[in-house]
Ligand binder design. Structure first.
Ligand SMILES: *[C@@H]1O[C@H](CO)[C@@H](O)[C@H](O)[C@H]1NC(C)=O
Ligand SMILES: *[C@@H]1O[C@H](CO)[C@@H](O)[C@H](O)[C@H]1NC(C)=O
Ligand SMILES: *[C@@H]1O[C@H](CO)[C@@H](O)[C@H](O)[C@H]1NC(C)=O
Ligand SMILES: *[C@@H]1O[C@H](CO)[C@@H](O)[C@H](O)[C@H]1NC(C)=O
Ligand SMILES: *[C@@H]1O[C@H](CO)[C@@H](O)[C@H](O)[C@H]1NC(C)=O
Length: 259
């Protein structure tokens, strides 16, 4: 009986190993990617750089396609004068919360390779991204940035003077605009929800807080191919699971009967 039982255990652990390996294949979490990018920024941060100067961050080769720029500001001057960091225009009156003295503003362009993980993290069914995902994040840069981990802080703008995001130079699929379709502005919330809004002018979106943003177009209604494949996968997956379950149950029964 013992050997049958241990065989069952071995098979069980092998099955669970396979599934964890599949998950560790690559980074799938948008939040984890933010943290890894932050760590690389901290490593390469030039603290002698003048405040307000936009600096390009070089990321390791395995982040291929991601472009990151950062700039350090005094919260007070950011509030008084606003600033532009690549596609993001922060108007006057923007607030950093909480901020003691300085803030490090980060702009991410996740490129085509990494933007696709947003399909896995958010429900975009029925839509297609036609721009890379752009991120605007901020970290405290109060004291020495290289000592200790900077924590994330918020960038908050007023409804009547919001943050503008100009996608004109990064839009990847212009097929839709040529057909006269204006893509929608998507903002990817920290709560896992996507919020859709109309553009305020061609390829320009507005937001009242930091986060990740992209342009979406609605896919034509009938997209049976993708659905059929996923149903097919589901059917195969569940029948394999059921077969395996029956097999294990059988083993267990046999091990109980054969003494
Ligand atoms: C890139 O490699 C480093 C070191 O091997 C690892 O810590 C990091 O998670 C990797 N990044 C990605 C995006 O895979
Ligand atoms: C996307 O990833 C592939 C392999 O992972 C790489 O060869 C390619 O250069 C990447 N594309 C961009 C735009 O970086
Ligand atoms: C995803 O969003 C669509 C509407 O855009 C909705 O019909 C669908 O039920 C949602 N799926 C999940 C898993 O929440
Ligand atoms: C957005 O950028 C494009 C290209 O740089 C420019 O022509 C356009 O005027 C900008 N739009 C706004 C509202 O700033
Ligand atoms: C561009 O969008 C159209 C739908 O409007 C889609 O059919 C096409 O495959 C997209 N092209 C690329 C390169 O993503």
């Amino acid at each position: 009986m013992g050997s049958f039982f241990s065989l069952t255990l071995i098979i069980l652990s092998w099955v669970s190993l396979l599934s964890t390996e599949a998950e560790a294949e690559g980074i799938r979490s948008a939040r984890l990617l933010d943290l890894l990018i932050r760590d690389n920024i901290v490593k390469s941060f030039d603290k002698h750089l003048k405040t307000g100067t936009v600096q390009t961050v070089n990321l390791p080769a395995n982040f291929s396609g991601i472009k990151v720029e950062t700039a350090r500001f005094r919260c007070g001057s950011l509030h008084r004068y606003g600033a532009q960091v690549k596609e993001f225009y922060l108007g006057k009156g923007v607030n950093v919360q909480p901020c003691a003295e300085r803030v490090m503003v980060v702009r991410q362009n996740l490129g085509s390779n990494w933007s696709s993980i947003y399909y896995a993290n958010y429900n975009l069914s029925g839509y297609q991204l036609v721009s890379p995902v752009l991120g605007l994040l901020a970290y405290n840069a109060g004291t020495d940035v290289s000592s200790g981990t900077p924590f994330e802080v918020g960038i908050l703008a007023r409804e009547n003077n919001p943050i503008k995001i100009n996608f004109s130079n990064v839009i990847t699929n212009t097929t839709s605009s040529r057909r006269g379709i204006r893509p929608l502005c998507a903002s990817f919330g920290g709560d896992g929800k996507v919020r859709l809004k109309n553009q305020v002018s061609p390829n320009v979106c507005v937001a009242t807080r930091h986060g990740h943003f992209g342009l979406l177009i609605e896919l034509p209604q009938s997209m049976p191919v993708r659905k059929r494949i996923s149903r097919w996968k589901l059917a195969v997956g569940s029948s394999i699971g059921a077969a395996l379950g029956a097999f294990l149950l059988g083993l267990l029964l046999v091990s109980m009967l054969v003494k």
